[in-house]
Design a protein around this ligand. Structure first.
Ligand code: PBG
Length: 325
């Protein structure tokens, strides 16, 4: 008889696709994906976003088929961003009940109830200077911005949004929005705060998409410093105390440690946003033939889920959901 060495053999459970599938610790499911969409005014508009292949600025009529495709692939939700016809110093079009986002919410809700409609709340798409709030003496004024955010959230609530998601990073915004929702008959409406939102260069393609690159300065006075992880837990703690029903970490891929830290601390659902730059880097490398786009897409999403994200916002949502079907 040949002597068999007695070391541990972890390869035993990796021998076949069926075995690997059986013992997988993390499983991706389309219901946990949210597809971000960019909605604009007019009709029959479908304008490609150059830096985000396969993504478009669409009018409401052209948005509906994209929502239908996502829903039919099993995607759990869509996140709406607006590109208004008109921008001014204080972003007054953000709260316009006939603006692109409220119109899109109503149109989706008229047609279907099998997909969750998230509405991003921030002033940066609506201000002429591209900042996330009212600018006073060259800086974004926190307290002057809060009523504008609250008013915008209420407009989205009236239109029928399922989840309000403030991404502005003003202090006290969850409390301001929660109070405004409660006092306008929307105490049942859920709020997901972009709690740990970093001041990230990975947002570059998004800012092209909505034309929100700040005309001067940057967002470092309100978005988080990429050097900090404990501070993310402070942000999450504050937002939960102010009434957030879910919290988000953003970006996702470069901040997997933060996703894990947050997941270990909270009992509410944790969302993570695989942002435009993460998407576009994968797309660009795949277009060059340097990586296998579908495989890297799935691996990036698996990594985010394994880190602890319950929900992933991703421009890959429909494509990844179809691959999983
Ligand atoms: C702000 C907002 C941004 C993103 C989502 N919400 C941009 C920013 O903070 O500058 C970025 C999303 C992405 O890059 O995909 N409304």
């Amino acid at each position: 008889m040949t002597e068999v060495p007695s070391f541990a053999r972890t390869r035993r459970l990796r021998r076949s696709p069926a075995l690997r599938r059986q013992v997988a610790e993390t499983r991706l499911h389309p219901a946990s994906f949210v597809l971000p969409l960019f909605v604009t005014g007019g009709t029959d508009v479908q304008k490609p976003i150059a830096s985000m292949p396969g993504n478009f600025q669409v009018s409401v009529d052209r948005l509906l088929p994209l929502v239908a495709q996502a829903a039919e692939a099993g995607v759990g939700g869509v996140m709406l961003f607006g590109i208004p016809d008109h921008k001014d110093e204080v972003g007054s079009s953000a709260a316009d009940p006939d603006g692109p986002v409220p119109s899109a919410i109503r149109a989706i809700k008229d047609q279907r109830d099998d997909i969750v409609v998230w509405a991003d709340v921030c002033m940066c798409e609506y201000t002429s200077h591209g900042h996330c709030g009212v600018v006073v003496d060259g800086v974004v004024d926190n307290d002057a911005t809060l009523p504008l955010l609250a008013e915008t959230a209420v407009a989205y609530a009236h239109a029928g949004a399922d989840i309000i998601a403030p991404s502005d990073m003003m202090d006290g915004r969850v409390d301001a929005i929660r109070s405004a929702l409660d006092s306008t008959g929307h105490s049942e409406l859920a709020l997901c705060s972009y709690s740990a939102k970093y001041s990230s260069s990975f947002y570059g393609p998004f800012r092209d998409a909505v034309d929100s690159t700040p005309a001067f300065g940057d967002r470092r006075s309100h978005q988080m410093d990429p050097a900090n992880a404990l501070e993310a837990l402070t942000e999450v703690t504050i937002d939960l105390a102010e009434g957030a029903d879910m919290v988000m970490v953003k970006p996702a891929g470069p901040y997997l440690d933060v996703i894990r830290d947050v997941k270990d601390m909270v009992t509410v659902p944790v969302a993570a946003y695989q942002v435009s730059g993460e998407f576009s880097m994968i797309e660009a490398a795949a277009a060059n033939g340097w990586i296998d786009g579908d495989r890297v897409m799935m691996e990036s999403l698996l990594g985010i889920a394994r880190a602890g994200a319950d929900i992933t916002l991703t421009y890959f949502a429909t494509r990844a959901a179809r691959l999983l079907q």
